[in-house]
Design a protein. Structure first.
Length: 321
């Protein structure tokens, strides 16, 4: 962080709606470091208790809200200078949560006097998609901009971090199975570091007029395939499973037949999105235009995968000097 950015959010009260999850934790840390006060809004505020240790006394307030119940939002957004919407889901009442519900949230934020609104969507947002997740993400963008025209829409690719549920899912499977089936092995995505996303959000909130009404696609510095990701994780974890790249017909059938089961690694909708890939289009501005230099997965992977090695940090052999 540059010296002039150290306190550029000093004293501002920012609501993080859906802020107790993976991305929200990192956004909270970035905003607190720049002087903001936070109101972390979630259906389960107790999940945000760990955030209390990130800020000083009175810097973080935890509030129970439900985006499908507008009256809870009206109370939570009162007095806020800015709002960040991090709410998203793959199942349930998706329109009420991330479609029309996002528009309702933006409208309430505007009515309560918020000067800025950041809406975190996804690269896969597509109004014409047969997958409800993608179509409601697109609907949410439209609804947000209709209710709050100065809002900024951010569309990240797959977001990775040490505590994510994506890289760690693959790593756990690779560490536990001698044979690793790989779905959509040649599909490409552009993983983006969670702290880069957090910095982008902080930069928008520090100068909202500079980005008002714009949509940004947030991708990392490289495009990689699912197959390559698995091989990179295995190498970093010092594991040697046999990778079995499944034909699309078989992997789609597997996701369809088992995706509804509790704990299933992938649903049919998730497989469809995975198969489509997840890379920036190149037609919209990205992290660079938000003042962020994207960091690659390779910068962190060896260190993060230590816990998945057979004997942890004692498992990797090093050559004698």
């Amino acid at each position: 962080m540059s010296k002039d950015m150290a306190h550029d959010l000093e004293g501002q009260l920012i609501a993080l709606v859906g802020g107790s999850g993976f991305i929200g934790t990192h956004v909270a840390q970035a905003l607190l470091a720049r002087g903001a006060r936070l109101r972390v809004c979630s259906r389960h505020p107790e999940r945000g208790f760990r955030l209390k240790t990130l800020g000083g006394l009175g810097k973080i307030q935890l509030v129970a809200v439900d985006v499908t119940k507008p009256h809870t939002l009206e109370k939570a957004l009162t007095g806020c200078d800015a709002v960040v919407n991090l709410v998203g889901a793959f199942t349930g009442k998706l329109d009420a949560v991330q479609g029309s519900g996002a528009g309702t949230l933006a409208g309430i934020a505007r009515a309560k006097g918020a000067r800025a609104f950041v809406h975190v969507s996804a690269i896969g947002a597509d109004a014409g998609s047969s997958v409800a997740y993608a179509s409601t993400k697109a609907a949410g963008e439209t609804a947000v901009l209709a209710a709050f025209p100065e809002a900024v829409v951010l569309r990240p690719s797959v977001v990775f971090g040490e505590d994510d549920a994506f890289i760690n899912l693959f790593a756990g499977l690779i560490a536990s199975a001698p044979v690793m089936p790989v779905f959509a092995a040649d599909s490409r995505f552009q993983p983006v570091f969670v702290d880069d996303v957090a910095d982008a959000i902080a930069n928008v909130l520090a100068a909202p007029a500079d980005f008002a009404g714009k949509t940004f696609e947030l991708g990392g510095p490289e495009q990689i395939t699912i197959g390559d990701l698995n091989r990179r994780i295995a190498k970093a974890a010092v594991r040697s499973p046999r990778f079995l790249e499944l034909p699309d017909g078989i992997s789609a059938a597997f996701a369809t037949l088992t995706g509804w089961l509790p704990g299933a690694p992938m649903s049919k909708d998730q497989w469809t999105l995975l198969r489509q890939g997840n890379v920036v289009s190149g037609t919209l501005p990205g992290l660079a235009e938000l003042g962020v230099q994207a960091r690659p997965l390779g910068l962190f992977l060896d260190r993060w995968m230590v816990r998945f090695r057979k004997h942890g940090r004692f498992g990797a052999r090093t050559k004698a000097a």
